[in-house]
Design a protein around this ligand. Structure first.
Ligand code: PLP
Length: 418
């Protein structure tokens, strides 16, 4: 493909994050000798400071070496793993989940796929955040579920625009997706805000899909509050995984949980449908499932605290460095998760047409990979993943600043004067 053509993108819903990042990497100029720094992908394990704990690794080594877990697990998941996850999640809830509420999935991605497949019916629509996580759009497209975007409010801590939700929901709306702590915005919602979301969902008689894959990865003012806290008000599907908090995204161990103390899913025969659906799902490897009880019980607080310490430090670096780059503004410092959204003002640049053009030129000239906002639903914004080595992050953002200086109108005026 010609280099100039790599900018061409189809509609955003056809673009995956991995896809666009692959194109960006492929467009890198071989003659550019700068070391490539990717702040595009949400896989922290690319940076050595984000290595899982020895306890987590040894748990899997033990189950593998025991030779007891070479067979199939039940399709809904290995019973001790379901029990451990139900206990882990119950610690932060005002009621106790049962192991039967937990279904083990191949990462949070498969939990998303299950949620959308189970809810699909003719004319159904679901409400998803914008900016958001493109997997929801992709799954919904396969299942013929209509996606309706509600906005997150950048000047309001990226809170859910509840007026938009009220305007979008109708008799065919089945669910609202809430991602908290948030990717791509780094938001962590307060108890009060989540309560309002729950009340709004109740009013429209829709359920909440709570994507809590970043659960507990909160390092700002607000503590992490699981949506399931409001499970008595509105039925909640809680989705999560080991991927982010335990830094093992490749292990593909996730969960789909009916957080529903009133048993609404049971009455609606949803549980029967779920069990059938899991008969056609392939879950994670049995020995990984078998390690879950040890992992959840034995991971030390110092490991979590260390990760949070680094993320807090790198999100501070990110916020500070962005302030030095006039064409970028960050409306809200990240309070959790691993990424933040920054607004791009292309009018300050003489030869950059939009966020995609910005990311391609930045990749080619400075070997820094950022994710164009369009891939997460916001044109002329950029997503920056700050789950990186602090020194690499600083270097990358210094290069972004250099890129700004080279491309700003100011630069042209100066060179004209010379
Ligand atoms: C990473 C991520 C997922 C997918 O998690 P896996 O466990 O890796 O499948 C789902 N939702 C959001 C918001 C994510 O950032």
């Amino acid at each position: 493909m010609e280099k100039g053509m790599t900018h061409q993108m189809e509609t955003p819903t056809n673009v995956t994050i991995k896809g666009i990042l692959g194109t960006l990497m492929a467009s890198l100029d071989d003659e550019n000798k700068k070391r490539v720094i990717s702040l595009g992908m949400g896989d922290p394990t690319a940076h050595s400071c984000f290595t899982t704990s020895d306890i987590v690794r040894d748990s899997v080594v033990q189950t593998l070496e025991s030779q007891k877990f070479n067979g199939y697990a039940p399709t809904v998941g290995l019973p001790p793993a379901r029990k451990a996850i139900s206990e882990y999640l119950s610690m932060n809830l005002p009621y106790k989940l049962s192991p039967d509420d937990v279904y083990i999935t191949a990462g949070c991605t498969q939990a998303i796929e299950v949620a959308i497949s189970i809810l699909a019916k003719p004319n159904a629509n679901i409400l998803v955040p914008k900016p958001g996580f493109p997997i929801y759009e992709l799954c919904a497209a396969f299942r013929n579920v209509e996606i309706r975007h509600y906005e997150l409010l950048p000047n309001n801590g990226w809170e859910v625009d509840l007026d938009a939700v009220n305007a979008l929901a109708d008799e065919n709306t089945v669910a609202i997706v809430v991602i908290n702590p948030g990717n791509p915005c780094g938001n962590v919602y307060s108890y009060q805000h989540l309560k309002k979301v729950a009340e709004t969902a109740k009013k429209h008689r829709i359920l909440v899909i709570a994507d809590e894959v970043y659960g507990h990865l909160a390092f700002g003012e607000n503590p992490f509050v699981p949506m399931g806290v409001f499970g008595s008000m509105v039925p909640v599907l809680t989705l999560g995984s080991l991927s982010k908090r335990w830094l093992v995204p490749g292990w593909r161990l996730g969960w789909f949980v009916t957080t529903d103390p009133k048993g609404i899913f049971k009455n609606a025969k949803t549980v029967e449908r779920l069990k059938k659906y899991f008969d056609i799902c392939g879950g994670p490897a049995t020995f990984i499932q078998a390690a879950v009880p040890r992992i959840l019980e034995n991971t030390k607080e110092v490991f979590f605290a260390r990760t949070l310490g680094i993320l807090k430090q790198t999100s501070d670096i990110c916020f500070k460095k962005i302030k030095e780059i006039p064409c970028l503004t960050c409306p809200q410092k990240a309070q959790g998760a691993m990424s933040v959204m920054v607004k791009l003002d292309v009018s300050q640049l003489k030869d950059v047409s939009d966020d995609i053009d910005f990311c391609f030129k930045l990749a080619r000239e400075e070997s820094v990979i950022l994710l164009p906002g369009l891939t997460v639903g916001l044109k002329n914004w950029v997503r920056i993943t700050f789950a990186a080595e602090p020194s690499s992050l600083e270097e990358a953002l210094d290069r972004v600043k250099l890129f700004y200086q080279k491309h700003s109108h100011q630069h042209k005026i100066q060179s004209d004067l010379l």
